[in-house]
Design a protein around this ligand. Structure first.
Ligand SMILES: Nc1ncnc2c1ncn2[C@@H]1O[C@H](COP(=O)(O)OP(=O)(O)OP(=O)(O)O)[C@@H](O)[C@H]1O
Ligand SMILES: O=P(O)(O)OC[C@H]1O[C@H](OP(=O)(O)OP(=O)(O)O)[C@H](O)[C@@H]1O
Length: 235
């Protein structure tokens, strides 16, 4: 499909504010995001979608917009600190950090999954609702902590960055809190989903201060993403 090259956005104020920086996550969201970016008129340099490229910052066809490609959790950090003015990341990441500096105006409807609790299929015979203390392996320590605190359960968190599914069988933790989509990773590792903590999709995120200082430029990008989603969803 042909997408018109957008008219460059001139920076609002100050004149030398430089290009708006859009932080995008590498990994699975990046491929689903491609069509949304194209509809929004964002055409980064070709190698941005090539994960073997060592470049991390990419110009786009619009000189007023650059793209950076970082880890999903780091998208939120770049945007919260204002290093990038806008970004895309999963609601799981936003829930984990709960940055007050981030405003998330749009649900992009991609990266659909859920944050869930899972336990070994082989039942222990114990009733988890009666536990007052539990060990949980997760890459979401805050989400897990909050979830169990709300139930009056003291959670001891084992913080992992991946392969949480190994933890119960290896005696590292009783439960895991992780992302589930098809459930095939849980199944392949002898686990079953017992509770959904939150449903997840990817969001467009914006630094609140940048929205105040460069409202025209950032407002235009939000509008372009909104129009892109409306066009996609109308099909
Ligand atoms: N199985 C899944 N199905 C759909 N969306 C997912 C799934 N797993 C992760 N996501 C979404 O994609 C985002 C990035 O996940 P991804 O697995 O690509 O990165 P990661 O492996 O967590 O990151 P890193 O490589 O930095 O550790 C998550 O924050 C979540 O919002
Ligand atoms: O329910 P499923 O469809 O099996 O998806 C769930 C898996 O997807 C994510 O991992 P990912 O593939 O991103 O790997 P990583 O987190 O270990 O990098 C998540 O951490 C689960 O392991």
């Amino acid at each position: 499909m042909d997408h018109p090259i957008p008219t460059p956005l001139s920076p609002a104020t100050p004149e030398d504010a430089g290009p708006i920086v859009l932080a995008l996550p590498k990994g699975r969201i990046l491929s689903e995001l491609g069509p949304v970016l194209a509809r929004a008129g964002i055409h980064p340099a070709a190698d941005y979608a090539d994960e073997s490229s060592r470049r991390l910052r990419f110009p786009t066809e619009d000189p007023a917009l650059d793209v950076i490609r970082v880890r999903s959790f780091d998208v939120a950090t770049f945007v919260a600190h204002g290093a990038a003015q806008i970004g895309v990341c999963g609601a799981d990441v936003l829930m984990e950090f709960d940055y007050p500096e981030i405003y998330a105006p749009l649900d992009l409807g991609i990266g659909r999954c859920r944050v869930s609790v899972a336990e070994p299929v082989a039942a222990t015979g114990e009733d988890p609702s009666r536990w007052s203390r539990i060990t949980v392996a997760t890459k979401y320590p805050n989400i897990a902590q909050r979830h169990y605190a709300a139930r009056g359960v003291q959670a001891e968190i084992v913080h992992l960055n991946g392969a949480m599914e190994l933890a119960p069988s290896m005696g590292l933790a009783k439960l895991i809190v992780d992302l589930v989509q098809t459930g095939s990773t849980l199944k392949a590792n002898g686990l079953r989903e017992t509770e959904v903590i939150a449903n997840v999709t990817s969001r467009l995120i914006v630094n609140r201060t940048a929205l105040k200082t460069r409202p025209e430029a950032i407002g235009t990008w939000i509008a372009r993403f909104r129009a892109a989603l409306a066009e996609r969803d109308a099909r």
